[in-house]
Write a protein that binds this ligand. Structure first.
Ligand code: SF4
Length: 380
């Protein structure tokens, strides 16, 4: 388990060096997929390596010339990395621009300042309802497939796509298993390690990550841990598109809270829902997109409430409260949050919102708020 964790920490500590090395080692093209909805399986089936774009850990510099300071952290960090040449090892990018207005800025900036060999603007539906929407999603995915074929000069056959889907589904199953084991003994991994595990899956070729996860799972099964009696379980929710500072996860744990599960993008959301293996694989990819849960604030599904899904997760894990992690300047989440909050209030759920920013100055204010929260839920 230690060996597998060591590799995971190495991959996620310097994703730039790791992904650049991947390209040389495998002699394959690297395609950066902006979170959260690019169907990576299609890129994998085209014989390239998809990696999910990450938020760097440096302050934004040149990027300020291209995106305003009131864009979210990953938007500014990604543009900054791109224009400074830190991502020059990437051969192309895919952006799903109906996710939010900020994601819609990328294609223009990249075309003008990065000139990637390949760029695809995905235009998947923002609303999930009805057959017309499904047809729209399928047509869009067909066009994505065709653009990849044009770029590589090779056809993506139904069989090769199914094989890629199987590899991705295996990865999802293995990550589910990691989460199941963690639920049984939450102290087995620190929350930052769990986030690094999921993040490693976003960066590594899935075949390699699958082997690493198998090793990790075998170690997790054997490892015994002492359960702390007074730990208070909480579920972090939100944090779209990006890692949050690991220090915040450490802070939650240092204050006596424990995280048995989460509803975060670089967390359980990434591997939730498998792709069906029967029938047309493009339709199966569209169906995963259209039925993906837990619900995300970037999507409109009127008969499901994200709050209900978060509350269910909390109850299933016998947790005492929800920590909403809101990325500063993320309009979809900020718009959804009042509705989420009123749901929590109505249901009598203890919830606290902490807002996080790319450039963290100090965690003192966050610490004070979390301290008050743990005092409240600790007395429940
Ligand atoms: S964090 Fe929010 S604003 Fe930023 S790219 Fe994601 S959905 Fe858009």
């Amino acid at each position: 388990m230690e060996k597998a964790m060591k590799k995971i920490v190495e991959v996620t500590s310097n994703p730039y060096a790791y992904v650049e090395g991947l390209k040389e080692e495998n002699n394959k093209k690297i395609i950066g997929c902006f979170p959260m909805y690019v169907p990576e399986e299609l890129i994998h089936a085209a014989g390239m390596i998809p990696v999910v774009i990450w938020r760097g850990n440096e302050s934004v510099t040149w990027g300020h010339a291209h995106v305003p300071p009131y864009d979210c952290g990953i938007t500014r960090s990604f543009v900054d990395d791109a224009v400074r040449g830190k991502l020059s090892f990437m051969d192309g990018f895919v952006f799903h621009i109906r996710q939010c207005l900020q994601a819609g800025e990328f294609p223009f900036i990249m075309e003008r300042h990065f000139k990637p060999a390949y760029q695809k603007v995905l235009y998947l539906p923002a609303l999930y309802a009805g057959d017309a929407i499904r047809d729209f999603a399928i047509t869009e995915l067909e066009s994505f497939k065709k653009s990849l074929e044009d770029f590589t000069g090779k056809e993506i056959t139904g069989d090769s796509l199914k094989k890629s889907i199987e590899t991705y589904n295996e990865n999802r199953t293995l990550l589910e298993r990691v989460y199941e084991l963690r639920r049984g003994k939450p102290e087995i991994l620190k929350a930052r390690e769990v986030m690094q595990i999921v993040w490693s899956s976003m960066l590594m070729p899935k075949e390699e990550n699958n082997e690493l996860l198998k090793e990790l799972i075998a170690g997790m099964k054997k490892k015994t841990v002492e359960t702390k009696k007074n730990s208070i379980k909480v579920i972090p929710v939100g944090c779209l598109c990006q890692t949050l500072q690991f220090d915040i996860l450490d802070l939650i744990e240092d204050l006596g809270m424990i995280i048995p599960d989460d509803d975060l993008y670089i967390g359980s959301r990434y591997f939730a829902n498998k792709v069906g293996l029967d029938g047309n694989p493009i339709e199966a990819l569209a169906d995963r997109y259209l039925t993906k849960s837990p619900l995300c604030p970037t999507k409109g599904v009127w008969d499901i409430h994200w709050g209900d899904e978060a509350i269910k997760k909390m109850k299933d894990n016998d947790a005492k409260g929800i920590i909403s992690i809101l990325i500063k300047y993320c309009p979809p989440h900020a718009c959804y949050y009042p509705d989420f909050k009123s749901k929590m209030d109505k249901e009598g759920i203890h919830e606290i919102m902490i807002q996080v920013e790319h450039e963290v100055i100090t965690l003192e204010a966050t610490k004070t708020r979390l301290q008050s929260f743990v005092e409240i839920i600790g007395g429940v």
